[in-house]
Design a protein around this ligand. Structure first.
Ligand SMILES: Nc1ncnc2c1ncn2[C@@H]1O[C@H](COP(=O)(O)OP(=O)(O)OP(=O)(O)O)[C@@H](O)[C@H]1O
Ligand SMILES: [Mg+2]
Length: 311
């Protein structure tokens, strides 16, 4: 954990295990010699975020899907964009919410520094609804992000009902769309927590590598906790992504994942496809860049599978 001296702002990297029983301890700054109490950061797993009244507000026909895995680079953003576009091609109205400080989804759609959810929370003149952008693709809308999303975590983590910030805002627009897809950051913090508290379904993209099950197990633990505390109807599905069909090791891990998590893995998996990377360079969903691309067709199949299970 990082400890910062309140007097001279010197930063120290302290091992969690070196802190006291409740995690807080008295420290002396090596630079300015100031003595201060150091508080370790709150861990999401330890938060009691049960609010009975809010938990009772379970929506019927919840159409919100969070795309989440704290492991980085597993195709969360690519899945959000390409699944979103595929759903529109099947006649659905889709809102994508960029809930990541990296704002990759926003950039992929060609938008630069506009505003983010932080601007909704921090300025009463902004409301969620007003800031939704109609993209150039038919039936596809975006709520964008910028790097100021980092302030959301900093300013609101731990404040009352901070895990319901998104759910409360999205409530007013929810019924206008068939699906709302939320792209989340590669960490389990405020943004991810808000997305999971709002969602009916969590899609967990996972690559076929040796460590992928660790990432899956970590988010499953959080989903289990949220299910007990504030979102009893939350469900999840694993999506195997970026599969290199030429690699015997990956094919083995892919079939192992499908066996291990049998009923909760989508039948459709997404292959590694150069066309998808090319499409991103051109700021396009892969199905627009090349309709016949393998990944594009697989995202279409995924959209059909999703509609079949969560209509
Ligand atoms: N099917 C695919 N074929 C080829 N490349 C892919 C595919 N899916 C994703 N990628 C590439 O993998 C990289 C990571 O993808 P992406 O940004 O979607 O992951 P992420 O999980 O959102 O990452 P982060 O955790 O940083 O938010 C990108 O460069 C993207 O172009
Ligand atoms: Mg991403």
């Amino acid at each position: 954990m990082i400890v910062v001296c309140p007097n001279c702002q010197s930063r120290y990297d302290v091992n969690d295990r070196d802190s006291g029983t409740n995690g807080n301890f008295i420290a002396r700054c090596g630079k300015c010699q100031q003595t201060f109490t150091a508080y370790r950061p709150v861990r999401v797993e330890e938060l009691a975020f049960l609010d009975i009244e809010l938990a009772k507000k379970v929506w019927e026909n919840n159409n919100i899907i969070a795309i989440s895995n704290q492991k980085g680079g597993v195709a969360k953003t690519s899945t959000c964009l390409n699944l979103g576009l595929a759903l529109t091609l099947l006649g659905k109205r889709v809102l994508m919410v960029d809930f990541d400080v990296q704002a990759n989804l926003t950039q992929l759609l060609g938008y630069k520094e506009k505003y983010s959810f932080f601007d909704v929370i921090n300025d009463e003149n902004n409301n969620f609804e007003k800031l939704i952008i109609e993209t150039k693709y038919k039936n596809l809308w975006l709520f964008p992000s910028t790097k100021n999303m980092v302030l959301l975590n900093k300013k609101y983590f731990g404040s009352s009902n901070f895990d319901f910030l998104l759910k409360d805002r999205i409530a007013k627009v929810r019924e206008r769309y068939d699906y709302i897809l939320i792209d989340t950051p590669p960490s389990l913090e405020l943004c991810t927590l808000n997305a999971l508290v709002s969602a009916k379904l969590v899609i967990i993209p996972s690559q076929c590598d040796y460590f992928s099950t660790y990432g899956i197990n970590k988010i499953l633990k959080l989903i289990e906790l949220i299910k007990k505390k504030s979102n009893p109807n939350i469900d999840f599905r694993i999506l195997v992504t970026m599969v290199n069909e030429q690699s015997p090791a990956e094919s083995m891990i892919c079939s192992k994942l499908k066996t291990l998590y049998s009923k909760v893995v989508f039948d459709t998996h997404i292959e590694l496809d150069q066309r998808l990377s090319e499409a991103q360079i051109m700021n396009m969903p892969v199905l627009i860049y090349n309709q016949k691309s393998i990944a594009g067709q697989q995202y279409l199949r995924l959209a059909e599978e999703l509609i079949g299970q969560y209509n």
